[in-house]
Design a protein around this ligand. Structure first.
Ligand SMILES: Nc1nc2c(ncn2[C@@H]2O[C@H](COP(=O)(O)OP(=O)(O)O)[C@@H](O)[C@H]2O)c(=O)[nH]1
Ligand SMILES: [Mg+2]
Length: 340
């Protein structure tokens, strides 16, 4: 699962990418580092790992993609690069300097959003032209798809991004278009070092879908030794987890949850979509486990940790046997029983 980092020029995209992935772009003169894989911080995995002291501990991961601005000829192309991303991280400049006298976060936010919508509009208009041609040639066009496209057009003409119209954003027939304004989006207000608040007048709707970061600080932090980092954290009165929170929010934004497998050899977080049935969760581990699925032995993270051990959780009756269609919950600890 991949998140594309977008935003206006010099809003801090590269800075945020470095802070999130700990990559150093200046060490990469050819500009080849465009994707960074990062571990999703999860205290539950830490706790389970402490409990089992396994040989290996494996966290969930997400990927961040930084579009290559230098290599593109027109602005428009930056957008085609993020078309195959599953969600967008939208960085908004909320610091001054570097040729910008003042901060204009809401204006910037709008400009980028309009570009996303414009891109979708162009895709739809091209498609509709083809539909007309096809009709003249006697080819059939799926009327449901056509009607959905017209609804998209209507929404975009009102400057409503498709992500705000859930039935369009999730429409199966539209998946192939990979509309940019339909992708889930997290806005990061990229603040001055000494400012950790939302921009003035950030309304509730904006606050709900955004976070405040101090990208430059975070980037510097990402490249320090642990000791230096600690000193730095106290000096600037920041919590180490700002980027951790961005990563966790990214995971949620993608509609992903984790279930865990535990044991002496490995404690591991597995990534599934919300509402995944047990049999498909089994498939995330191995197709054989899915094929031979018998039952899932499930205990919630809370029950296991409050019992203190698996046998104690069993004694308390916290361990359930679930069937194929059981909807796996975030934090479930599962042992699959299966036939090979
Ligand atoms: N004061 C301040 N400067 C920043 C921040 N984030 C980025 N910058 C600076 O803004 C300039 C543009 O950042 P960059 O990440 O290259 O932007 P991009 O064009 O979106 O990739 C660089 O000089 C950064 O050091 C921030 O949070 N605060
Ligand atoms: Mg850059």
């Amino acid at each position: 699962m991949k998140l594309g980092i977008v935003g206006l020029p010099r809003c801090g995209k590269s800075t945020v990418f470095e802070a999130l992935t700990h990559n150093i772009l200046s060490k990469d003169p050819k500009g080849e580092i465009r994707i960074g894989t990062v571990r999703v911080p999860d205290t539950r995995v830490d706790v389970l790992s402490d409990m089992y002291k396994p040989q290996k501990t494996i966290y969930a991961q997400v990927e961040y993609f930084l579009p290559d601005v230098l290599r593109q000829k027109q602005d428009q192309k930056i957008w085609t690069q993020v078309r195959d991303c599953d969600a967008l991280i939208h960085v908004v400049r909320n610091f001054s300097g570097y040729g910008f006298e003042t901060q204009t976060p809401f204006q910037d936010l709008k400009v980028t959003d309009q570009e996303l919508m414009l891109n979708d509009l162009v895709v739809i208009e091209k498609k509709l032209e083809h539909v007309d041609l096809d009709k003249n040639r006697g080819k059939k066009v799926d009327p449901t798809e056509l009607s959905l496209l017209h609804q998209c057009l209507e929404s975009l003409e009102k400057e409503t991004p498709l992500r705000n119209v859930p039935e369009l954003a999730s429409a199966h027939l539209l998946k192939g278009y990979a509309f940019l304004s339909a992708k889930p989006m997290l806005v990061l207000f990229n603040n001055e070092d000494d400012d950790d608040g939302f921009p003035d007048n950030a309304d509730l709707a904006i606050r709900r879908n955004s976070m405040v970061i101090r990208g430059k600080l975070e980037q510097e932090l990402a490249q320090m030794s642990d000791e230096d980092a600690e000193e730095f954290l106290t000096e600037f009165n920041i919590t180490a987890s700002a980027m951790d929170r961005v990563i966790q929010r990214s995971y949620e934004l993608l509609g992903l949850i984790s279930f865990f497998t535990i044991g002496k050899d490995e404690v591991r977080a597995w990534t599934i979509k919300t509402k995944t049935p047990a049999v498909d969760a089994a498939g995330a581990i191995h197709t054989d486990i899915k094929k031979g699925f018998i039952r899932a032995e499930v205990v919630s993270y809370e029950d296991l940790t409050s019992a203190g051990s698996y046998p104690e959780a069993r004694k308390r009756g916290n361990i359930r046997l679930e069937g194929k269609t059981y909807e796996v919950q975030d934090g479930d600890i599962i042992e699959f029983r299966f036939n090979v």
